[in-house]
Write a protein that binds this ligand. Structure first.
Ligand code: ASP
Length: 439
């Protein structure tokens, strides 16, 4: 059995955190491949090393004095090295980094040093082989991740290593220059490594005990989710659940490898298991509830709209022409409504309205702003009667006016539109009815 373990920045922010990570790795022999992030925040006022590196490189790029900042970054690493009593010096590495900053090696190069150096420390601490991600993770000439080449090279390399540390977040482009994934991208590296070594589990260690059923800023102490499917997670992630980088799901999902979200500060907790499919009944009817504020509903009315072939296509063209993403599209006989992101729409509303006029000549176009969407997600909803009824009676009892309802045919989710002002109360009412009263 092989497990790939990825540790986030807060799990590696200090020597104390490193020590916890070491214990976790040594507690299970199957934890053979380790993917570290850069050191994160030690407390709420602290700065992540990645952010320090971006800021420092910014100075170098402007040809301003950057060495003082670079030495502050070195101090972060030195305090970890000293705290762990390692015989390791990063002097040479920092000399090289300083030269490369001066030579303007690029923003991605700069940011990648955060995980690169943490990887060197981790490998030294564990006595594992260090594999520079630039030798095994590749990007193509457009800067896009190259999964085929990476999988081929990385799996061959891992075959030769019993244990290894592979830093997260970066790889190399065609000509060898460093390219990073987007922020939070060490999650992706972990998934890529898991796929390449055919891992039986991808453990993603962070500072929370897995996914929670709702946002803890809205619900006090929400229940943890024990098991969630990839599809459920995707629905919730889209609505703001943010446990994993979205692109981390594809490599492992394709390879049928489950992900276990775990808490470095509470290693006994089982965390959340993310799987393709499960016959385990969820504890509650819903798996989670999430949502986002800031939508506009564009209502388009035209008598006999239903008899006009191509009406919807032409109306949607108005949004496409203006590069506006469409979120949801509930419709009636003579009306259709298009939900769009307010921030994106605001600057272009008049162009969109005139395009709709030109393309479909409607009777009325009305805009309703400041709306929120709430997604109630759960594989359990399909087999239980009355889920929608319970949601809407809970909302009615909470005095919340429902402005839109959209249930996908998969019955995996129900999306509800409410006004921004009702958003938190709507989440609370839905959570209470399913979790607190267990209806
Ligand atoms: N260190 C990078 C960041 O802060 C990547 C990661 O932690 O996953 O975004």
């Amino acid at each position: 059995m092989v497990k790939v373990v990825k540790f986030g920045g807060s799990s590696l922010a200090s020597a104390e955190q490193f020590a916890k990570v070491g214990q976790i790795i040594h507690a299970d022999k199957s934890r053979k491949y380790v993917v570290p992030s850069a050191p994160g925040k030690r407390n709420s006022k602290d700065t992540k090393v990645t952010d320090m590196l971006y800021a420092c490189y910014d100075l170098a790029e402007k040809e301003e004095e950057f060495r003082v900042q670079l030495m502050k970054i070195k101090d972060r690493y030195d305090s970890i090295i000293n705290g762990l009593s390692l015989k390791l010096s990063l002097d040479e590495e920092f000399k090289k980094i300083s030269e490369n900053f001066k030579a303007k090696a690029g923003k991605d190069y700069a940011a990648s040093r955060g995980e690169y150096l943490n990887g060197i420390i981790m490998a030294n601490y564990l006595g594992y082989t260090f594999i520079d991600a630039a030798e095994v993770v590749f990007f193509d000439e457009n800067g896009d991740f190259d999964p085929e080449k990476t999988d081929k090279v990385l799996s061959k390399r891992l075959e030769k290593c019993e244990n290894a540390v592979i830093p997260g977040f970066y790889g190399a482009g065609e000509d060898g220059h460093i390219v990073t994934f987007s922020r939070g991208g060490s999650d992706i590296t972990g998934a890529i490594v898991a796929k390449a070594c055919h891992a039986s589990m991808y453990e993603n260690w962070t500072d929370v005990s897995g996914c929670l059923m709702a946002d803890p800023r809205i619900i006090d102490n929400p229940q943890p989710i024990k098991v969630i499917t990839y599809r459920e997670l995707r629905e919730l992630a889209y609505m703001g659940f943010n446990v994993l980088h979205e692109d981390a799901i594809f490599p492992v999902r394709k390879a049928g490898i489950p992900i276990n979200i775990r808490n470095t500060n509470d290693p006994e907790a089982e965390g959340t298991l993310i799987v393709e499919s499960t016959c385990q009944r969820p504890e509650f009817t819903i798996t989670g509830v999430a949502g986002k504020k800031g939508f506009v509903a564009v209502n388009i009315d035209k008598d006999m709209m239903n008899a006009e072939v191509g009406f919807c296509r032409k109306a949607l063209q108005a949004f496409e022409e203006n590069g506006i993403l469409i979120e949801h599209m509930p419709s009636g006989i003579d009306t259709m409504t298009v939900f769009v992101h307010q921030a994106e729409f605001e600057g272009k509303e008049q162009q969109v309205i005139s395009a709709i006029r030109r393309l479909v000549n409607p009777d009325v176009i009305e805009l309703e702003a400041d709306l929120a969407l709430v997604a109630v997600v759960g594989r359990g909803m399909k087999s239980i009667r009355g889920t929608a009824g319970r949601i809407f009676s809970a909302l009615a009892h909470a005095n919340i006016n429902v402005k839109m309802i959209d249930q996908g045919s998969s019955e995996l989710n129900i999306i509800i539109g409410v006004s921004n002002a009702d958003f938190e109360n709507a989440i609370q009412a839905i959570y209470n009815i399913f979790v607190e009263t267990r209806l």
